[in-house]
Design a protein around this ligand. Sequence first.
Ligand code: FES
Length: 77
Amino acid sequence: MSTKRNAPFVMEMKPGNYAWCACGESEKQPFCDGSHARKNTGMQPVRVTIDAKKKVAWCGCKESAKKPFCDGTHSKL
Ligand code: FES
């Protein structure tokens, strides 16, 4: 069952490497938990490095043109 949602995940992030779930099946949204492989989605996560502590709006609908970040597309779905 898809775990994507029609809103971003706004989170305070620490610097580090993150794998954003692109397939919409992860149980740990907005991050990849390996479900894309277990469910044979044919998709891969989007890997991104956050350089400094900051608030991030991770795309929750998986339709953003600026993946892995929210660009407001969810409001047009
Ligand atoms: S679980 Fe969705 S991309 Fe990995």
